[in-house]
Design a protein around this ligand. Structure first.
Ligand code: ATP
Length: 163
């Protein structure tokens, strides 16, 4: 029971980060598509281990960046040189991980033969290709607006339709 409670609090924290931080939403989408297409690249156990570590390290860095920003905003709502340094440092930490994650991505996925095979597999299945295009549009809306704004707009749209 205690464990379930702790798990709920932790999930609430991750959800808060997704709802409030556009960068976190971008990381979730990037991780989703990376894992979705990973079978085309025959990564093997070690490749997947590196991939999971990389995704986890970028996302947890974003969570800790949000922790830092929230703490700073609680401590000082006005301009402060100290707050600026602390926030810039936390953002720099995320940037470093994201840049090196891109390097890991190049090492794991820069395989022209696998990319060509994956593209061929998709173009042989036009319905899947259309679904993929639709999911990309939905993902862009999700990254830009976030779940709460999407929910509010959907509700407003439904209300308008019922009049
Ligand atoms: N109270 C403050 N005093 C001084 N500078 C600040 C303050 N708040 C924010 N800044 C500056 O603005 C930048 C952006 O801070 P903000 O809290 O808006 O984060 P954000 O836009 O959500 O950033 P991120 O994209 O890293 O999540 C900080 O890195 C810092 O340079």
């Amino acid at each position: 029971m205690r464990f379930m409670k702790s798990l709920r609090y932790a999930l609430r924290g991750i959800l808060y980060c997704i709802n409030t931080e556009r960068n976190m939403r971008f990381h979730t989408v990037a991780a989703f598509y990376t894992l979705l297409f990973s079978p085309f690249f025959h990564l093997g156990a070690l490749g997947y281990a590196v991939l999971f570590l990389t995704i986890g390290s970028v996302m947890s860095a974003e969570v800790f960046n949000t922790v830092t920003e929230t703490q700073c905003d609680l401590v000082s709502s006005t301009f402060s040189g100290g707050v600026r340094s602390v926030k810039d440092l936390a953002a720099g930490g995320v940037l470093l991980r994201a840049v090196f994650a891109a390097g890991v991505g190049v090492c794991l996925f820069a395989k022209p033969a696998c990319i060509a095979a994956g593209w061929q597999w998709l173009t042989d299945r036009p319905l899947l290709l259309v679904l993929l295009a639709g999911s990309v549009v939905a993902a862009i809306v999700y990254v830009l607006l976030g779940p709460p704004a999407m929910r509010d707009r959907l509700r407003a749209f439904r209300c308008r339709k019922s009049y």
